[in-house]
Design a protein around this ligand. Structure first.
Ligand SMILES: NC(=O)c1ccc[n+]([C@@H]2O[C@H](COP(=O)([O-])OP(=O)(O)OC[C@H]3O[C@@H](n4cnc5c(N)ncnc54)[C@H](OP(=O)(O)O)[C@@H]3O)[C@@H](O)[C@H]2O)c1
Length: 299
């Protein structure tokens, strides 16, 4: 079987991206072959494209989440069948028309869920669950840069746990943050004062999705001295109080987010959808750093 795969043979801007057709090898043990219907685009894809993250040799492939239909299944597998509609995560290869994925990473697509939504959940959903699990039991949380993919679901999962959330975004996304359950604050000059206006006490924890000095300084001032200050941005930070958090794959965590969306407990906005042939535009837009909710490639 053939797959159309997004690749880059060097680092650079989206013009380094190209789609090539490859022959897939014999399906390995423990794997399912998936015809991809939709795949979320994440900042990490564009950051790997530019070379900010140098994870692999060339040609490099992209994409960490997907939804699609099983077209072939390893005969040792029980519980999955050809034709099953699934979603899940994988490491940097899901921006392709057909992919091979370990069946242990699969979750069933709920019948009421669009392909675009299903294909954009796994990466950010598991990241948000990792963040909250690592922070532990808290009453208040400050989130920097919360209107994007990770922030949108982190707010809602935190609210589900009874946590008060103050979250930052630009002016245009203040009502969006409010609708997700957060107390919104605009980032930029005077940030700490605006945070303290809506939350007079010190926070139990903060998580930064931006990785800039403004967020670091605000967290150092606004979080209790024994509180948790974390970042998922993967950028250098000026204080050793800031702890890096990295997503941990956990199908149970993913299932929890999928169930919450399917049941209408969590809102999920896919603000931009691009046909696979427009991947360069999609990567250009995600590099801008102002995606609201998620964006998706469709196949
Ligand atoms: N460590 C991990 O395991 C892990 C996992 C997933 C993602 N990440 C990283 O986490 C970061 C966030 O991911 P994401 O998918 O949520 O990104 P995203 O969807 O691109 O969202 C970024 C959000 O940040 C806001 N923003 C932009 N400039 C800002 C500023 N100066 N101050 C505060 N907020 C600002 C934007 O809001 P406005 O449009 O309102 O400005 C936008 O909604 C990325 O760098 C990504 O690579 C890490």
């Amino acid at each position: 079987m053939k797959s159309s795969v997004l690749i880059a043979k060097k680092y650079g801007q989206p013009d380094v991206l190209e789609v090539v057709t490859t022959d897939l090898p014999k399906l390995a043990v423990g794997m399912a072959r998936i015809q991809v219907k939709a795949s979320g685009i994440n900042p990490i894809d564009a950051r790997r494209m530019t070379g900010e993250f140098k994870h692999s040799g060339f040609p490099q492939t992209f994409g960490t989440e997907f939804a699609g239909v099983i077209v072939e299944i390893d005969s040792n597998n029980s519980g999955w069948n050809i034709g099953d509609e699934v979603l899940g995560s994988g490491g940097a290869f899901t921006h392709a028309s057909v992919i091979d994925v370990p069946t242990v990473n699969l979750v069933r697509r709920p019948a009421n869920m669009s392909w675009e939504v299903a294909g954009t959940i796994a990466g950010v959903g598991q990241t948000a669950m990792t963040i909250l699990d690592e922070i532990g039991n808290i009453d208040s949380l400050l989130i920097h840069g919360a209107s994007g993919g990770v922030g949108s679901i982190t707010i809602q999962l935190a609210k589900e746990r009874g946590i008060k959330v103050v979250a930052t975004a630009s002016e245009k996304n203040q009502q969006y943050l409010r609708d997700l359950g957060a107390i919104p604050v605009t980032y930029g000059s005077g940030l700490l004062q605006r945070i303290q206006t809506v939350h007079q006490d010190l926070f139990d924890a903060s998580i930064d999705m931006i990785g800039n000095e403004e967020a670091t300084q605000a967290s150092l001032q606004a979080v209790k001295s024994n509180g948790f200050i974390g970042t998922i941005a993967g950028r250098p930070v000026s204080s050793n109080r800031v702890r890096p958090v990295w997503v941990k794959r956990n199908v149970g965590n993913l299932q929890h987010v999928v169930d919450g969306i399917a049941a209408g407990r969590f809102k999920w906005e896919v603000s931009a959808t691009y046909p696979f042939e427009n991947a360069k535009q999609a990567y250009s837009d995600i590099l801008d750093g102002h995606t609201r909710g998620k964006s998706a490639l469709t196949f």
